[in-house]
Design a protein around this ligand. Structure first.
Ligand SMILES: [Zn+2]
Length: 262
């Protein structure tokens, strides 16, 4: 599968995921938990150290859950927002400001009941891939050391940009190992001028392009991964990053071919 074909396949998988019912459920839920300031996180921790997800009474209601009888709210500090109009050179503009703070109350998920909380299941490339050994050999020939580790905290692999060691979790299918090896290799090729979020999109898509050429379709996994780092961006904007992924893909094959000839 070439890059063009792979891109349209990825778009298809992406659109399918972001229009799915599962995605909408998860998204609605995540959006409901706005970011709390450091001070508020401290307040929450002091009052209820075991709290995991907190939200106000009405937010829980919107999510189909209700605060259980007799539960005591956790106090946080909420800014009093207000809007005001300003006239400048005959044009009226609306501004938002903050005038002082007030106490507000939130509740932890353990204090609520109702609709189940959607959990995003772990997504991974479940296929076994026979070409894994050949990717490992290529990377080793290029001077990389591969370290398979046993314990994972949910991540599939990692690298330190200062070294040429690629760490990959040992307890994942061979298809995921291959995908992760190339993902981590791509990280090592990136400079410092890309935001971390964009870098994740670029390197995973590069891994996907390479795997597509090597005969394993990881579009399902890649679409989910790309979406999770996209901050809600639309496909048209996301796909602009793919010229960099394509460049990495070409670089991989050029370097691998060259090393094979020595
Ligand atoms: Zn990464």
């Amino acid at each position: 599968m070439d890059t063009k074909e792979a891109t349209s396949k990825l778009e298809e998988a992406f659109q399918k995921w972001v229009t799915s019912e599962d995605f909408r459920k998860i998204e609605r839920f995540i959006r409901a938990f706005h970011n709390y300031s450091f001070g508020n996180l401290m307040l929450i921790f002091l009052q209820k150290p075991e709290a995991t997800r907190v939200a106000g009474f009405n937010t829980w209601k919107k999510l189909g859950r209700f605060v259980k009888k007799g539960e005591k709210g956790i106090m946080v500090i909420a800014p009093c927002a207000y809007t005001y109009k300003k006239e400048e050179e005959g044009v009226e503009t609306v501004h938002h400001g903050v005038k002082g703070f007030k106490a507000a109350f939130v509740f932890d998920v353990s204090q609520t009941d109702g609709e189940p909380i959607p959990e995003e299941e772990e997504v991974l490339v479940t296929d076994e891939y026979e070409g894994l050994r050949s990717i490992e050999e290529s990377l080793e020939r290029l001077g990389y050391t591969i370290d398979y580790y046993e314990e994972s905290h949910g991540e599939h692999g990692h690298v330190s940009k200062k070294s040429k060691v690629i760490h990959v979790h040992d307890k994942i299918p061979t298809g995921q190992k291959a995908s992760t090896l190339l993902h981590e290799w791509a990280h090592l090729q990136m400079g410092r001028d890309t935001s971390p979020d964009d870098e994740e999109i670029i390197v995973q898509t590069a891994s996907y392009f390479i795997m597509a050429r090597l005969g394993l379709d990881t579009s399902f996994y890649t679409a989910r991964y790309v979406e999770s780092w996209s901050n809600g961006k639309k496909w048209a904007e996301i796909s602009k990053l793919f010229t960099q992924s394509d460049r990495l893909c070409k670089k991989y094959f050029a370097e691998v071919c060259e090393s094979a000839m020595i």
